[in-house]
Design a protein around this ligand. Structure first.
Ligand code: SF4
Length: 176
């Protein structure tokens, strides 16, 4: 299947048909404190993702440690690794099988822009997950450290709910 055959997801899908501002705020707060990532990895960055799930980094502090074996039970796709053109269709299928609302993290330089494989004449690598998925948060690095993934989850929490787990120390210093 050609890259151009896989449609970019652009439409905004509401989290529910009937919208209640306060209820949605509470629901979003619950969602961001219990992201359920789908279990899949593509390349070396997936090793860092696995390390993040181990006791040393304690992903459960953020409530995001429950990796689901089925996309139908997951609301977060962590694209961890190099996206080959051969893998692109099944990654898109996994994403499509996840129920709304759902979010995407591009973990590592390969998932952001093709990483070290983005050179002239390469023919087999997709230049970033955002070519065919609506990426919400980007975590750079080759590979990114587990702390980077945790920071990405914290940024996603803020993006989805407007809530910040910790105050921004730099902003605090400026405003006093
Ligand atoms: S960004 Fe680096 S570590 Fe991650 S998948 Fe690509 S080559 Fe591997």
């Amino acid at each position: 299947m050609e890259t151009k055959d896989i449609q970019m997801v652009t439409e905004e899908i509401p989290s529910s048909i009937v919208q209640f501002a306060v209820v949605d705020q509470v629901l979003n707060l619950c969602r961001v404190n219990s992201f359920w990532p789908v279990t899949f990895g593509i390349a070396c960055c997936a090793i860092e993702m696995m390390a993040t799930g181990c006791a040393r980094f304690d992903m459960s502090r953020l409530g995001a440690e429950v990796f689901r074996p089925s996309p139908r039970q997951a609301d977060l796709m962590i694209v961890a690794g190099t996206i080959t053109k051969k893998a692109q269709p099944w990654i898109k299928t996994l994403y499509d099988q996840m129920p709304e609302p759902k979010w995407v993290m591009a973990l590592g330089n390969c998932a952001i822009s093709g990483g070290p494989f983005a050179f002239e004449g390469q023919y087999n690598i997709v230049l970033g997950a955002d070519v065919f998925l609506p990426v919400d948060v980007y975590v750079p690095g080759c590979p990114p450290r587990p702390e980077g993934l945790l920071q990405g989850i914290i940024e996603l929490e803020h993006k989805v709910s407007g809530w910040k787990r910790w105050k921004d120390p730099e902003k605090e210093a400026i405003t006093g």
